[in-house]
Design a protein. Structure first.
Length: 147
């Protein structure tokens, strides 16, 4: 059984991806990498379109940059900027305003509220995360490999 329940995500739709699944998959050494492999395979094959916020990009690039692996950071940035598979969404006034309301409603940390707001702003079919903080959210499906 697919722990992410990706079969529930319609083909051709957009999925917003939180930072942790990207880190686990990109790292490749984490035991969690295999959990997210079907998601990234589907994105590469064009089954879905990936949506990430500029918050996610900054969080993802921090690891390679802190390890002085600038070429890896540049590769990640180039891959996630590919307009055929990804939509990179900046934090706009509308996203920030909605994030404040979501933060208050669900008691989310600001980065999590921005992720959820980005997913909603982009009409994503789901938010893919590895975070329990979204468990009370009802605005869209939250798919996680967490039990």
């Amino acid at each position: 059984m697919d722990p992410l329940e990706l079969d529930a995500v319609p083909d051709g739709s957009s999925v917003c991806i939180d930072t942790a699944p990207l880190i686990y998959f990109r790292d490749g050494t984490s035991p969690r990498a295999d959990t997210y492999a079907p998601l990234f395979r589907g994105l590469a094959e064009g089954r879905w379109r990936g949506v990430i916020s500029t918050i996610t990009l900054a969080e993802l690039l921090t690891g390679p940059i802190s390890q002085r692996r600038d070429a890896l950071a540049e590769r990640y940035e180039a891959e996630l900027s590919d307009p055929h598979h990804w939509t990179l969404v900046p934090v706009t006034q509308a996203i920030a305003s909605r994030a404040a309301r979501l933060r208050h409603r669900y008691r989310l940390k600001l980065p999590d509220a921005l992720q959820l707001s980005t997913a909603l702003q982009c009409h994503s079919a789901a938010l893919i995360t590895h975070d329990r903080d979204f468990s009370a959210c009802t605005e869209l499906p939250i798919l996680s490999a967490l039990p």
